[in-house]
Ligand binder design. Structure first.
Ligand SMILES: [Zn+2]
Ligand SMILES: [Zn+2]
Length: 187
């Protein structure tokens, strides 16, 4: 039983790589350099690539005996929110792609699972799943506006950067007053 779903890829989609120009001879090379609009929901909840933003594809397609090896980088903008201070994060991200796509009906195709090795659909390669995996892996689950972001004062919600160094709320709970005296003596 062939494991393929019938080809539904659109060769004109910028995240679909067309290998018709690539000879099926091990070692043959083609490069793909293009800008693709980012698909929706690329990334996580806290930080992601805005839909439609330009992704710079800089890829190398290499024929190997059982398929095509795609390697290179994809660079795009990312936007999110700092997990500590909620400030907007405006950054860019470069992910490395290295993925083998097996020819239909090759030995690799028939002896491996689709989640182990990618599949070609005819002469086409759908780059999107590999790109999604790479982006999700590269993005932090708890993004920060900067490594040492001090966050917000829990009392007044103002960013510590915008507060004087000696900022404090001198309304110590009477139950803790004794403890605070103790701390002061230790200093
Ligand atoms: Zn922050
Ligand atoms: Zn405060």
């Amino acid at each position: 039983m062939p494991k393929h779903t019938p080809s539904t890829l659109n060769p004109r989609s910028p995240l679909v790589l067309d290998t018709r120009e690539l000879p099926r001879r091990p070692g043959a090379l083609r490069t793909v350099e293009r800008v693709s609009p980012a698909p929706a929901d690329l990334g996580g909840e806290m930080i992601s690539v805005p839909e439609g933003a330009g992704l710079d594809l800089d890829l190398r397609l290499e024929s190997v005996s059982e398929g095509v090896l795609v390697s290179g980088t994809v660079t795009g903008p990312v936007r999110g929110e700092c997990g500590r201070c909620l400030r907007e994060i405006d950054d860019s991200l470069t992910v490395r792609i290295q993925e083998l796509y097996a020819y239909e009906n090759s030995t690799t195709d028939t002896t491996t699972d689709e989640d182990e090795v990618g599949r070609m659909q005819g002469d086409l390669i759908d780059l999107e799943p590999a790109l999604r995996d790479a982006v999700v892996l590269a993005l932090p689950t708890n993004p920060l506006c900067r490594e040492d972001c001090p966050g917000l004062c829990p009392e007044c919600g103002v960013h510590w950067d915008d507060l004087p160094a000696d900022h404090s709320h001198e309304q110590i709970d009477p139950r803790w007053a004794g403890l605070s005296q103790l701390n002061r003596k230790e200093e």
